[in-house]
Design a protein around this ligand. Structure first.
Ligand code: 3H9
Length: 699
């Protein structure tokens, strides 16, 4: 079937696009539109409507064609043809008109949209900028400031807001095609004027001499180190100071620069990785899903409460179980506080916040969980307690209910053994704050059924999480790698660095926070308590945790006690370097016979990131992760790894596996092979001269 059809509806030509799933502007689609516009120039039509079949208007250029040989017509070339049409073209928008999709609509002479539609230019999220006239047409319609906000954030806006800022001409209701045909008749009645956005002058009112410099400074803070936002400003400056055609040339040059950048390659990698991570290798496509209509959550602390919010936000009622009424009330109060904050930020109405909380029922009785389709346990990280909870769930829950543990470390197989239905047991590892963080690590026990796995993946999408599948091991994908990263942070401290230096290096690399600031935020007691459950051998070398233990023993648990690796101002919560911490570090170094010497920023960065990467390779070779891109998803969406570096495994490829391997071998010689044993898979790929992507596509 052709992806583009053209037919006359009375005196209006209808160009209809049908390129599932999202009408991306593939070569076939571009060619089809070009032919249809050409055909329409010579027929009886007086105006044309461009409309899409399926769930959405054009969602943008076809990202999978990027990096391949260009095929004509290019999108900018096609948009010239659309704009030059001798008959007015009306874009009829439903779903989302994104990127090249919105740019196509902007090259049309008029735009109408369903009130449910959204429009946006999300290219910046792919490390790009709109490369088909978006940076030149949006300021002409909406003004410079609105254009900058729309394009540098990449966040889509509603049709109603698009109408307000002039991006579209009409918001319609009901059947889109008939509304668009009516709109076309009005345009014909008014003389079929060809409104070409290129002919509009950019309004420079209110744009002061230092406007762009200030905007750039604001972007520098918000999107540290990202290249595309700054290039977008350059394009908008050109829209203001140069002709439309000259502005387009600037846009093209900068678009090509972005496209060839490592940052864009990384972000495009993550775009597909995010979509791939919900696919389970070997799982039959027709696996029947279980219905999740009611969810039970055990534990109403910060974690349980946050998890509950995810479900009620998706309109799924939750029963929250706590040990007594006080604990239950505390849990509900935390949830109420979180909702109040969302309302205050203007992200939710008070009515909706009330409606959602009304979906949460509290209980202290396990029998109230009997009818739940899914129960998630979020109690202490203690295997014995978790096993007791699961034995209890086994006795009260209906057959077929999914029994999930929100454990961050514990063995899901051992938890499953405490029930008579290990096939229904799974790990659902949420990240704190659970109502905010995007990642959901789904932990597959040895006996977890395919149906439970498939249902959990689908459930993740319902509650708007990004899932990644892990097999069972201590810490699963994320925390197992984090242990090695934290180990190196501790060793760098002991051997000569400071919390400030390590955190600065990692933040400059792009991490949302440095590892020691994160330690203070999460609480130094968390790691300490986790270590309590381990044997000395499992804990590893004492040098990798002695400083943390010393701080714990001094009652410096992090932000919650006002001091940890840093001191915290009581009012502003500002982090302040603390000389006492240096004394603690020096005392520990002396005790362990470590001579402290300065460590360069470069070495800190390599030690911390290569520790992550090496463990990532081990996780891959053991089959804990399905694919290397899943590891990237875990780190980008759960651990604040900079998305513009694509995740640790993609980052390793950008450095070159050979270099990573050689450095790890050198580290082994310098710091000890106990810490630095190159992963067998890394060694193998280097020996075979293969990349991770080549290995992934063959495994
Ligand atoms: C651009 O336009 C550049 C221009 O300015 C200049 C050019 C010269 N291409 O997300 P979903 C696939 S840059 C190819 O799960 P949803 C996706 O991989 C582009 N494929 O659905 C998935 O495949 P699979 C600017 C695409 O309903 C399937 O479609 N535009 C594209 O949750 C379903 O996707 C964007 O950045 C694409 N453009 O969300 C928009 N888009 O089933 C990117 C999707 O095999 N797209 N696929 O895994 C989106 O944001 C979401 O897909 C959308 C639908 C909101 C549209």
């Amino acid at each position: 079937m052709s992806v583009v059809s053209y037919q006359l509806e009375g005196d209006i030509g209808v160009i209809s696009l049908n390129n599932p799933p999202v009408n991306a502007l593939s070569h076939a689609l571009r060619l089809g539109i070009q032919d249809a516009v050409a055909q329409a120039q010579n027929d009886a039509s007086l105006a044309l409507v461009l409309i899409c079949q399926g769930r959405t208007f054009i969602a943008g250029a076809d990202i999978s064609e990027f990096g391949k040989a260009p095929m004509l017509p290019s999108l900018p070339g096609l948009l010239d043809i659309i704009e030059a049409s001798t008959k007015p073209i009306i874009a009829a928008i439903h779903g989302t008109a994104l990127g090249g999709g919105l740019e196509t609509a902007l090259a049309c002479h008029y735009r109408c949209a369903l009130s449910s539609a959204k429009v946006g230019l999300p290219e910046v999220k792919l490390g790009l900028l709109p490369g088909a006239g978006g940076t030149q047409r949006v300021p002409r319609l909406a003004g410079v400031k609105a254009a900058l906000d729309l394009i540098t954030t990449g966040t889509p806006i509603t049709a109603v807001n698009a109408l307000k800022i002039g991006l579209i001409d009409k918001v319609v209701k009901g059947d889109l095609l008939s509304a668009a045909l009516d709109f076309a008749q009005d345009i014909i009645a008014q003389g079929a004027v060809l409104k070409r956005v290129r002919d509009i002058a950019v309004d420079n009112e209110g744009i002061s001499a230092d406007f762009f410099a200030e905007y750039r400074a604001h972007l520098n803070k918000r999107f540290r180190q990202q290249e595309a936002p700054q290039r977008i400003v350059e394009c908008i400056e050109a829209a203001l100071s140069q002709s439309f055609d000259e502005g387009l040339k600037v846009e093209r040059r900068l678009f090509v620069e972005c496209m060839q950048s490592t940052q864009s390659a990384a972000l495009r990698h993550l775009f597909f990785a995010e979509r791939m991570s919900s696919k389970i290798k070997g799982l039959p496509k027709d696996t029947q899903l279980k219905d999740i209509k009611r969810v039970g959550i055990i534990g109403g602390g910060t974690m349980g409460g946050g998890i509950a919010m995810n479900f009620v936000n998706a309109n799924i009622p939750v029963t929250l179980l706590e040990i007594n009424h006080e604990a239950l009330q505390r849990g509900k109060d935390i949830i109420a506080k979180n909702y109040a904050m969302t309302v205050k930020k203007g992200k939710l109405t008070t009515e909706l916040a009330v409606e959602r909380q009304a979906l949460i029922t509290g209980t202290t009785d396990y029998n109230d969980l009997a009818d739940m389709d899914l129960v998630i346990e979020a109690v202490f990280e203690n295997l014995a307690i978790k096993k007791q909870v699961f034995a209890k769930l086994d006795s009260v829950c209906k057959p077929g209910a999914i029994l999930a543990s929100n454990t961050s470390y514990q063995d899901v197989n051992l938890i499953a053994e405490s029930t008579s239905r290990p096939q229904d047991v799974i790990g659902l590892h949420f990240f704190s704050p659970a109502n905010v963080m995007k990642l959901l690590e789904i932990v597959r026990g040895d006996k977890t059924s395919e149906q439970v796995l498939a249902t959990s993946m689908a459930m993740a999408k319902t509650i708007k999480k990004i899932p990644a599948l892990s097999r069972v091991c201590y810490g699963f994908i994320g925390n197992r790698m984090l242990r090695q990263y934290a180990r190196e942070a501790q060793l760098c401290l002991l051997e000569g660095s400071s919390p400030e230096a390590i955190d600065r290096v990692m933040q400059n690399f792009g991490m949302a926070m440095g590892p020691l600031a994160v330690g203070d935020l999460a609480g130094i007691d968390i790691g300490y308590k986790a270590r309590e459950g381990l044997t000395d051998e499992e804990k590893g070398d004492v040098r990798s945790y002695c400083i943390a233990d010393a701080l714990y023993e001094m009652g410096r648990l992090g932000q919650k006690t006002g001091a940890g690796y840093y001191r915290y101002d009581a009012e502003t919560r500002q982090r302040i370097a603390d000389p006492i911490v240096l004394e603690v570090i020096e005392a520990q170094a002396k005790k362990r016979g470590v001579e402290r010497k300065a460590i360069s920023d470069e070495t800190i960065l390599a030690r911390l990131t290569f520790a992550l990467i090496n463990e990532g390779f081990k996780i891959l070779e053991e089959g804990i992760a399905q694919r290397s891109s899943d590891i990237d998803v875990v780190y980008a969406f759960g651990y604040g790894f900079p998305a513009f570096r694509g995740g640790p495994m993609f980052y390793a490829e950008t450095i070159g596996l050979e270099k990573v391997y050689q450095t790890i071998c050198q580290f082994g010689a310098t710091y000890g092979e106990d810490f630095w044993q190159p992963a067998a898979l890394l060694k193998q790929l280097v020996a075979e001269g293969k990349t991770l992507s080549e290995w992934s596509s063959n495994s």
